[in-house]
Design a protein around this ligand. Structure first.
Ligand code: NAD
Length: 344
């Protein structure tokens, strides 16, 4: 039982009140300092200084992978690339000769640098999976350790842990064929290169990612709406990629504490998109029908979204498909359809 006298209690209460006042005054001084700091720096920056990013799928300066590399570099991250083996030689040569210098410029005038560029083929997990005709293909000659598990091992050896993983690649040999005419081999090939490769990358790179890290992939509206011409199983591959994003968000979140999101990008005239054959029509369609129709999508808008999603500012976002497409995904009818009057 307490033997504290009434007078002692009064003193203790007085002291307690004083210390509450002191805390309040300290808090308000602290708050004033915070307010002053905010007044002098009212920006909400994306700060990725000290973070290491590995990006697969950069072979020129036109695509989304390059734009993501640029946005992450602008935010201060160190960027490591994995470039498709058959495209590596020409990419490195063009890079060395300064062909990309203009696009490498960051806002302070310095040029974006890559910490290292690894040869990579995301279709193969280990050398045991590589068929003889690929091993002996002259486009692969002179390169080694380019399967997903080998690249992950090399990155760990050279850089240790990483924080950001970007999958910006897709390939579907029969993309120009309607689904009804797609072969089993073409369909499975599209899934392997465009969706399973994302799972393989997370499997192999996940163990070397720091807690709080983030993964991004690139998807397309054809996963959920019919886009005639985007065939060969590519629409199915993008649907799988989006579903996998949700499941991987759960599994990788619980296992490694990392986030997994995908960006559904609007049409861009990249090398891969030009190869499909109707990208200019898709850009025109978007410019005519999307809610935002002043200008076509700029790849850097996807890059900036990726930088946000990979930053601590997006710490509660995972398993999401984030649309960066001038709002085209929201439209239910085409405003330029001959069947309906113009109401824009
Ligand atoms: P891109 O040509 O810049 O990128 C595709 C990259 O994939 C190339 O660098 C290519 O070398 C690489 N690649 C192909 N097969 C590979 C493999 N087996 N291993 C490793 N790399 C491989 O074109 P992009 O349009 O920027 O494509 C990037 C991502 O964006 C893709 O997932 C694509 O489906 C998606 N996307 C593109 C558009 C568009 O309109 N361009 C729209 C929505 C989503």
């Amino acid at each position: 039982m307490s033997t504290t006298s009434f007078a002692q209690k009064a003193i203790l209460r007085g002291n307690a009140l004083k210390s509450i006042k002191n805390v309040k005054s300290a808090r308000s001084q602290g708050a004033a300092r915070v307010v002053r700091t905010m007044a002098s720096n009212t920006t909400l920056p994306i700060d990725l200084k000290g973070k290491k990013a590995f990006i697969a799928g950069v072979a020129d300066d036109n695509g989304f992978g390059w734009a993501i590399a640029k946005a992450l570099s602008q935010a201060g991250a160190d960027v490591i690339l994995g470039t498709w083996v058959p495209a590596l030689n020409i990419f490195e040569t063009s890079y060395r000769r300064g062909k990309f210098d203009e696009s490498r410029k960051l806002s302070d005038g310095s040029l974006m640098e890559f910490a290292k560029i690894y040869p990579m083929d995301a279709v193969f997990d280990t050398m045991d999976d590589v068929p003889e005709d690929v091993k002996t293909n002259k486009r692969y000659a002179g390169n080694e350790k380019w399967t997903v598990s080998e690249v992950a091992e090399c990155v760990e050896k050279d850089f240790g842990k990483i924080d950001i993983l970007v999958h910006s690649l897709a390939n579907g040999r029969e993309v120009a064929k309607p689904l009804l005419e797609t072969s089993r081999e073409g369909y499975l090939g599209a899934i392997s290169a465009s969706s399973y490769s994302n799972i393989a990358m997370l499997q192999k790179f996940g163990p070397l990612m720091n807690k709080g890290g983030a993964c991004i992939s690139l998807t397309y509206l054809a996963s959920e709406r019919i886009i005639p011409g985007y065939g060969g199983g590519m629409s199915s591959a993008k649907a799988a990629l989006e579903s996998d994003t949700r499941v991987l968000a759960f599994e990788a979140g619980r296992k490694w504490g990392i986030r997994v999101n995908t960006i559904s990008a609007g049409p861009l005239g990249s090398r891969a998109a030009k190869a499909i054959g109707f990208i200019d029509d898709m850009i025109n369609y978007s410019m005519t029908n999307a809610p935002l129709s002043e200008k076509p999508l700029d790849a850097i808008e996807v890059g900036n979204t990726a930088a946000f999603l990979c930053s601590p500012l997006a710490s509660a976002i995972t398993g999401s498909t984030v649309y960066v497409d001038n709002g085209l995904n929201c439209m239910g009818v085409a405003t330029d359809s001959k069947s309906i009057p113009d109401r824009s």
